[in-house]
Design a protein around this ligand. Structure first.
Ligand code: 6PG
Length: 243
């Protein structure tokens, strides 16, 4: 595993840098494999990044060859403001020439367990076998408690080794979640953390400066045969320096 930490002085520079990295990776996979599998994160951090990808890479990326998945989804209706698909559709999907058949939205019309099973089955069908999938690019956010996707500290999802997708119910959650699990995330070729804002300063300090060994799920993201990028703005990085 190769890992790299990049700190950008402003949030705009962070998002531009992230868009450039992701666009470069997507285009290289398309050149290599005639397609790219790209797993989106949810929450609010990636909104600006998605807009940049739509505005600045509408034609630079051959979106017809991109296959989009989600790392997690909140168990909310697709038209709910908190739904991750809805946010991505508003900021990215509805602005680029992507094939609707290439968008693997997590269905939240069934129970969380059924949704997780259905999503896992669709991933298996896409990759054409039952071997652990190898996604080309996985984008992750960082929760203030150190969660990634919807792998929250203290939930069964942390130790899930068999399922590729799990339903999650955590006390700290205001809604149930469906999440890709660590075996899938850690099997990716490129994992990118996008970390922005003052509200992430404390968790960044715990993880990267104090190197606290609490069981933060973020610390369990170690793509064994891939690259790991931590991209953060100065607001989140605080006094952190990169070597
Ligand atoms: C979600 C995300 C989650 C998110 C972090 C950070 O569905 O909320 O996938 O893992 O990336 O909670 O969220 P913010 O970007 O809103 O801070």
């Amino acid at each position: 595993m190769v890992s790299d930490i990049k700190i950008y002085e402003t949030t705009d520079e962070l998002n531009s840098g992230a868009a450039e990295l992701i666009a470069g990776l997507i285009s290289s996979f398309i050149r290599l494999n005639f397609k790219c599998t790209f797993v989106l994160s949810g929450g609010s951090t990636p909104e600006r990044l998605f807009t940049l990808l739509a505005d600045n890479y509408k034609t630079e990326i051959d979106w017809k060859k991109v296959f989009l998945f989600w790392g997690d989804e909140r168990y909310l209706p697709v038209d709910h403001p908190g739904n991750n698909y809805k946010m991505a559709n508003e900021h990215l999907l509805s602005h680029v020439n992507i094939d609707p058949q290439s968008i693997f939205r997590i269905n939240t019309d069934t129970s969380p367990e059924e949704s997780a099973k259905e999503y896992e089955d669709r991933i298996k069908k896409f990759f054409g076998n039952n071997e652990l999938p190898v996604f080309d690019v996985v984008l992750l956010g960082l929760g203030k408690d150190g969660h990634v996707a919807s792998i929250f500290p203290g939930t069964d999802a942390v130790n899930e080794k068999e399922k590729w997708v799990a339903a999650v119910k955590a006390d700290s959650l205001n809604t149930e979640r469906i999440t890709m699990t660590l075996p899938v995330i850690n099997n990716a070729k490129n994992v990118i953390f996008l970390i922005s804002g003052e509200d992430k300063k404390e968790i960044v300090e715990k993880i990267f400066i104090k190197k606290e060994k609490d069981n933060f799920p973020a610390l369990m993201v170690k793509p064994q045969n891939g690259s790991l990028f931590y991209l953060m703005d100065r607001a989140a990085a605080g006094d952190m320096k990169t070597e």
